[in-house]
Design a protein around this ligand. Structure first.
Ligand code: M6R
Length: 609
């Protein structure tokens, strides 16, 4: 969703702002803009559409300055128009904002009564006017910002410049991530480290309620009470290569193919230990994980499907009751709390607002045993959790999540095995069998990737379709759900997933010769059941596209197309069977000519409700 970048230097910062905004494009946006302070005045350029259009306009108008802020906006309050695009300006104060101000209507009415004229429909413009109002009595941009944010309700990351103070950027954070990048004689502000990685890797993450002043010479941070605060400096390990496409056509394609490496990196800590153990989940994990009576998983979208796979593992391997709930539902439900319940949040970005709020709610109910499985170090959700397991997928740029999902599964399997071990339910023989399965997983995933040419042929048959059904059973049912989500997200083909046994209870009515039915049918204990369900489809003229394993005892026949992974990999089979459904979605979207990495209406990080 929205992205922020800001820079102060003794060189022209416009190229830094533009490059930063381009690196933020993956998050999803519909307009972009920059504001710079140049020769004592604020200059601003905004455009709907791509950053490159705004860049061309800035170039045409000769923008150049040593101080400025930029923004990519994903519309929430007010449509996609130039007037609603950030930065918003009030009498020489220019600001960019991520988040949502909940009391913007009251503030707007108050400011209008004081004579302020609004040009946009956004909640953000309120903040620009409020800072300008406080500038009148504070006479200092940082103090004006601190007074303004004290009057705001909601979530914000803010970066502000003023024509009156051309030597600093001031910023504030509450509920949305914001970091400061430290350079040599130049400093930066960003919502996401990728926006400034070309300039510096040294970063400071602001904490909830912080405000800060960023000059060329340094940074001063203040906590929510206004007292000076020290925040730790980190060296970001986001690599430039992970932000670049290399030889691939799309980031999604690159990220699908990176999975053997991403999984290998994610299991490294387990392999180094040569055992499952609480220490893998951080300091003090043993205390948190022992005596856990149940597990509650909270997540959204693809991360929710990872949790849905984990439920099967946690119940079967660790013998613990496990429920999985969509975070946006849990947070508004009168849930029954248990202080001995382990609350697991799963999030690629670590910033999904619904997941964050569900976590806060779970904690407010007295559940302090919290674990975050996350791909972005130091992001909001792991920081709010007692324990963390970082997946090491590397930056995921494609909106459709791929390598984040399979690495989440690896982390969740590790959790299930660890909980089992802590509860005395994992024999030494089982532990070494599971470790062996993990060790061989990158290779098995690579074999599944090698099926790509066969899947391309199927994609051509899917491309003209309007609907598709995905079926799976047991631990592979969530993989059917994930396959359907991938297909609808990037190809815009309507796709639904069902547990195969549920077909006859309704969805079978949809099946005809025009309805392709994808079946995840590995060679496990449910295969015979799935085969019966496939018969139900064939008997109604439905065309079956079946992903199975080499050793399954059935073959192709009329209306039944089969692609086989080399062999059934046992308990980790859902991870291997994810690869073909990702490739099917990718190649179908390619055949339909959609914008694979930036599907319409979607954003990479969903930081609003
Ligand atoms: O960053 P998160 O894992 O918390 O994001 C959750 C969902 O928004 C995300 O998985 C979404 O469903 C993806 N677009 C799926 O491909």
């Amino acid at each position: 969703m929205c992205g922020i970048v800001g820079a102060i230097a003794d060189r022209d910062v416009v190229p830094v702002l533009i490059e930063g905004l381009k690196r933020l494009e993956y998050r999803g946006y519909d307009s972009a803009g920059i504001a710079v302070v140049d020769a004592g005045r604020v200059r601003r350029v905004r455009r709907t559409g791509r950053v490159s259009e705004m860049e061309a306009a800035a170039g045409a108008e000769g923008f150049s300055a040593q101080l400025g802020v930029g923004h990519t906006r994903w519309a929430t309050h007010g449509g996609v128009t130039e007037l609603n695009a950030h930065p918003h300006v009030s009498h020489g104060v220019a600001l960019v904002h991520n988040g949502i101000i909940e009391n913007h209507e009251q503030q707007r009415a108050r400011l209008e009564a004081l004579g302020y004229v609004f040009e946009s429909q956004t909640d953000t413009e309120v903040i620009a006017h409020l800072i300008d109002l406080h500038m009148k009595d504070a006479g200092d941009l940082l103090q004006a910002l601190q007074r303004a944010v004290a009057e705001l309700e909601g979530a914000y990351a803010l970066a502000v410049v003023s024509h009156a103070e051309p030597r600093r950027i001031v910023c504030a954070r509450m509920g949305c991530p914001l970091l400061i990048g430290l350079g040599e004689g130049e400093n930066f502000v960003a919502s996401d480290v990728s926006a400034i990685i070309q300039a510096t890797r040294r970063v400071i993450f602001l904490e909830e309620g912080d405000t800060a002043e960023v000059t060329r010479a340094g940074v001063r941070i203040f906590d929510q009470r206004g007292a000076r605060a020290e925040r730790e400096e980190h060296l970001s390990d986001v690599s430039l290569a992970s932000l670049e496409l290399g030889p691939y056509r799309h980031f999604m394609q690159k990220e699908i193919h990176e999975q053997p490496r991403a999984i290998g990196d994610t299991i490294e800590a387990v392999m180094d230990e040569g055992a499952f153990g609480a220490a893998l989940f951080g300091a003090g994990a043993e205390q948190v994980l022992e005596e856990v009576e149940s597990v509650q998983i909270l997540a959204c979208g693809t991360s929710y499907y990872a949790g849905s796979v984990a439920r099967y593992w946690i119940e079967a391997i660790a013998g613990l009751p496990c429920s999985v709930e969509i975070a946006s539902e849990y947070r508004y439900r009168a849930a029954v709390a248990n202080p001995k319940q382990l609350v697991v949040t799963i999030s690629q970005s670590g910033e999904t607002l619904d997941t964050m709020e569900a976590l806060k709610y779970a904690k407010a109910l007295g559940q302090e045993r919290t674990l975050s499985i996350c791909n972005v170090p130091e992001s909001a959700i792991p920081r709010a959790s007692r324990l963390v397991y970082y997946t090491r997928a590397g930056a995921e740029i494609g909106v459709a999540s791929t390598k984040a999902f399979t690495t989440q599964l690896v982390a969740l399997f590790t959790l299930a095995a660890t909980l089992a071990k802590l509860r005395g339910r994992l024999t030494a023989a089982q532990e070494s069998e599971y470790l062996d399965a993990l060790r061989h997983l990158p290779g098995s995933v690579q074999h599944a990737l090698n099926l790509e040419p066969q899947i391309v042929a199927w994609a051509d048959r899917f491309a003209p379709k309007h609907n598709a059904l995905f079926l799976g059973r047991g631990v592979h049912y969530p993989i059917a759900l994930e396959g359907a989500l991938k297909l609808k997200e990037i190809s815009y083909i309507h796709a639904e997933a069902y547990p195969a046994g549920e077909l006859k209870h309704g969805p079978l009515a949809l099946v005809d010769a025009d309805m392709p039915v994808v079946v995840i049918a590995p060679n496990d204990s449910l295969l015979e059941k799935v085969k019966s369900n496939m018969q139900e489809v064939r008997a109604r003229g439905g065309e079956l596209f079946v992903f199975t394993d080499q050793d399954s005892n059935f073959g192709e026949s009329e209306g039944v197309h089969v692609i086989r992974t080399p062999r059934h990999v046992g308990v980790l089979s859902p991870i291997v069977h994810t690869i073909p459904v990702q490739l099917l979605a990718y190649h179908t979207a390619l055949a339909r000519g959609t914008d694979v990495d930036k599907p319409r209406n979607l954003a990479k990080s969903v930081t609003v409700e």
